[in-house]
Design a protein around this ligand. Structure first.
Ligand code: GLC
Ligand code: GLC
Length: 813
């Protein structure tokens, strides 16, 4: 199966793009430790070290026309023709083009007039260097005399300044050139406080170089008509201020059939300056060094993905769960919502709620990094239990500029911490002294922080006994206390009215869930009195939800500042919202009286479309100050009745909780990007990663995706697929097997590394059921129940499961 623009190569774990003019630039990420690159299918994008705002190495021009018009470019001059292997920026027609986005690398091949150029961009594990491995081949019958010109545009490190503060930046830029131009150093900032440099080097001899954009491109030219490649010779320019770039000129003479291989090296040298940069260039000029680095990258991903592999009857689920969804979870973990083609890398750091949720899809990959992330996040919590909404990764300091008082934030810390302990068994994290951001020198442990999270919500409830929403909850755009009518103020930072009492049923549901998690954690720790204490407050919240928030056929979404319901049948628009159905059901509300099922049936009847579940219905047709930003979007987009994909896996999990496998799988597949290849002209985003939003049926462009890559959808889709549908659930005392699959599935297999042991799990379904474990055999021995006990010291364990009676709804802890 394949689409018009490309296809999955499942065996190679690559997405192969066959046309450069994709509906939108289709992105990949390079890097895994500190140096990251965004790389599109034409080589567009930029590179940064640790922080996309504070250490931006190369420049990007956002929302440009044409789209995606600056990046990692190599110009090929063959006779009088100038072309790029990735098509852009020259856009000279190519005889052949192919882009393979793989795990941590992008390989672009372009060919024209018997010359084939391959560029493989990647960042090897453990090194702050982006390599462009190049091979140039003469596939024709006559000798080729070629000139090649590389191009990167340096960003002056602080990306916001670089984009806005030209009175300063035009005089700031500096470069140094070594080895006849093979080693170009961007040294801006050198004479001030830092000794860092960016190297753009070439392992091949060079015939010339440029470092001034005006000289290379021409002040009034676009990159597609850059003066130097068109003119044929570099000018040896040295940038003094303005816009420093790095460009090498190479001369190649290739006999028929001959090829040459060499590399460009883009590196950040934090300390050690130019000498260290030259050493790095020498290291990658050694024969075999770049190939070894690429092999290291592949080994890195082979090892990571070997931790969880799925083979089930659905090809979309297989490729997403085994490869692409995990890969996307890595990107969201690393970058939160900071740097993508929809996030500039300037505006946002690591979001508190976002990063805690990202942990859920990542913790099985590198648990130690998840541990550190949880502790970093907890350190931005305040002593009252609230937290900074975001922090900057470089400084790890909370950023108050982007607004605060989002009263769901702190509860996600409980969810991520419990997921971490279940995955690893490492309860020592709970005793780590973290302290609170507003109390220097304080050292309260992580468990204290979890209590503070629960305590804050309990202590801040409104007239219905439900949690206050504050500025907003998970839905950033439900600003019930702001009444913003000032077009000049940001919705996210607008002030709330004094004594604001609007309440959130979504937070109530999340509280039920988080409190249940904490109860189980305390029981696990043998602290029954604490478990009972939390169970009591949870019961109190549950009672408030059931008595105040049930609307007849679904759960109300919120109560506004005047205590009127939001998301109720009494509303003229926005009568039903998805978030409160999801979290009330996941939190265990409506479990005994059929309300949970009724709520999900309402989601099915009123919110479910073939493209996914919309956030609410009916869409708001006009702005409403009492609701805030949500009603500022046109109907069908974003929070105003868009298919906000992040919420969809919650419903998949909720259906699984009720044992409704057909609904669960349909919900899972509706937003699955791999199903979109045939409708790609409508969908437009990458078919290998989830998007934040698909325009809903009220929109002018229904089915059109936006905000691909950095979305909480990734982690939740992974959890819903692996833990909900396949039912492979990490738990404190073992791996729980609790599938919820369509009756037509006869069998599936999962390999899952858990606490250092590889579990090879085979589930068979001879009676055509959707769940329920009849027999569980571990290495051939019968085990009662559905928990595969821990098996420390073993390498590999085989688990055979046979399904029996219809799966009972999961018990509420
Ligand atoms: C964006 C934000 C996330 C928020 C969601 C809904 O995805 O990153 O924090 O929950 O929008 O508004
Ligand atoms: C806007 C977006 C929302 C995002 C918020 C914070 O409100 O619509 O999705 O979470 O900005 O940046």
């Amino acid at each position: 199966m394949s689409g018009e623009y490309g296809a999955f190569d499942d065996a190679a774990r690559e997405y192969v793009i066959r046309r450069p003019d994709t509906p939108l630039p289709w992105l990949n990420y390079l890097g895994q430790d500190d140096l990251f690159g965004l790389c599109t299918n034409t080589g567009g994008g930029y590179t940064f070290w640790r922080d996309a705002r504070l250490r931006r190495l190369t420049r990007y021009r956002y929302n440009d026309a044409p789209l995606d018009s600056v990046g990692r470019y190599l110009y090929v001059r063959d006779g009088d023709t100038v072309w790029n292997p990735g098509w852009k920026p020259a856009k000279t027609p190519l005889d052949r083009y192919e882009c393979r986005h793989g795990l941590g690398y992008t390989r672009i091949r372009g060919a024209r007039d018997d010359v084939e150029v391959e560029l493989c961009f990647f960042v090897p594990p453990g090194d702050d260097v982006e390599l462009w491995a190049a091979t140039v081949r003469n596939t024709g019958a006559t000798t080729k005399q070629l000139r090649l010109f590389s191009y990167v545009e340096f960003c002056l490190y602080e990306a916001l300044d670089d984009m806005t503060n030209f009175q300063s930046t035009y005089s700031l830029g500096e470069v140094e050139v070594a080895r006849g131009g093979a080693a170009i150093f961007h040294t801006t900032g050198h004479r001030a406080r830092r000794a860092h440099v960016t190297l753009f080097g070439c392992t091949h001899d060079v015939a010339g170089f440029d470092t001034s954009r005006d000289a290379f491109v021409g002040a009034h030219n676009g990159l597609h008509e850059a003066a130097v490649p068109l003119g044929g010779h570099a000018t040896g320019s040295i940038a003094h201020g303005w816009n420093p770039i790095g460009a090498h000129e190479l001369e190649l003479e290739l006999e028929p059939g001959e090829s040459e291989t060499f590399s460009f090296v883009l590196a950040y040298v934090d300390e050690g300056g130019i000498p260290s940069g030259l050493e790095l260039l020498d290291r990658y000029a050694e024969p075999g060094a770049v190939d070894d680095a690429f092999a290291r990258l592949q080994a890195h991903w082979d090892e990571l993905l070997s931790r969880l592999q799925v083979s089930c009857p659905d090809p979309h689920a297989n490729r997403m769960l085994s490869t692409w969804n995990q890969y996307q979870c890595m990107a969201t973990f690393n970058l939160s919502r900071s740097a993508s083609l929809f996030e500039s890398g300037i505006g946002r750091g690591m979001g508190f709620r976002d990063s805690n949720q990202d942990v859920l899809g990542f913790v099985h990959l590198i648990p130690d990094r998840a541990r550190q992330r949880i502790l970093d996040l907890a350190a931005t919590q305040l002593s009252d239990g609230t937290c900074f909404h975001q922090y900057q990764p470089l400084t790890r300091e909370g950023n108050a500029e982007i607004g605060g008082n989002f009263l769901d934030d702190h509860l996600w810390l409980v969810v991520s911490t419990c997921a971490y302990v279940k995955e690893t068994g490492d309860t020592s994290i709970l005793l780590e002294p973290v302290g609170y951001a507003d109390t220097p020198g304080s050292g309260e442990d992580l468990l204290h922080h979890l209590e503070a999270s629960i305590g804050y919500t309990l202590a801040h409830r409104g007239p219905h006994g439900l949690p206050l929403i504050g500025h907003a909850d998970w839905n950033d755009c439900l600003n019930l206390n702001s009444f913003s009518t000032q077009p000049n103020e940001s919705f996210q930072t607008a002030d709330d009215v004094e004594g604001a009492v609007a309440e959130s049923v979504m937070i109530a549901g999340l509280f039920l869930y988080a409190a249940a998690e904490l109860v189980r954690l305390y029981r696990q720790l043998g602290r029954d009195a604490d478990a009972d204490r939390i169970a009591d407050v949870r019961a109190e919240m549950l009672a408030a939800v059931e008595s105040e928030a049930w609307d007849g056929e679904w759960y109300v979404r919120a109560f506004d500042a005047e205590s009127r319901p939001v998301g109720s049948r009494v509303c003229d628009e926005g009568q039903i919202y998805v978030e409160s159905q999801a979290w009330c059901v996941l939190g265990g509300a409506g479990a005994r009286d059929g309300r949970a099922h009724r709520a999900l049936d309402s989601v099915h009847e009123r919110l479910t479309t073939p493209d996914g579940i919309v956030l609410q219905q009916p869409a708001y047709s006009r702005y409403r100050a009492e609701l805030g930003e949500i009603a500022s979007y046109p109907p069908g987009y974003k929070e105003n009745a868009g298919i906000f994909c992040h919420t969809n896996p919650w419903i998949t999990l909720a259906w699984c909780r009720l044992g409704e496998a057909e609904h669960a799988l349909a919900t899972y597949l509706a937003i699955c990007p791999s199903t979109r290849e045939e409708r790609i002209e409508t969908y437009r985003c990458e078919p290998y990663v989830y998007a934040q939003m698909i325009a809903g049926p009220d929109a002018a462009t229904p089915g059109e995706a936006k905000n691909s890559w950095l979305t909480g959808t990734a982690a939740w889709a992974f959890v819903s697929g692996t833990q909900g549908l396949l039912g492979i659930v990490p738990d404190y005392d073992g791996l729980r097997i609790d599938p919820c699959i369509p009756r037509t599935w006869e069998k599936f297999r999962v390999t899952r590394r858990f606490r250092g042991v590889d579990y090879e799990i085979t589930v068979t379904n001879p009676a055509g059921l959707s769940g329920g474990v009849r027999s569980l055999r571990v290495d051939g021995n019968d085990v009662p129940g559905n928990l595969v006990p821990l098996a420390a010291g073993r390498d590999r364990i085989s688990v055979d499961v046979v399904l029996a009676e219809t799966r009972a709804a999961a018990a509420v802890p």
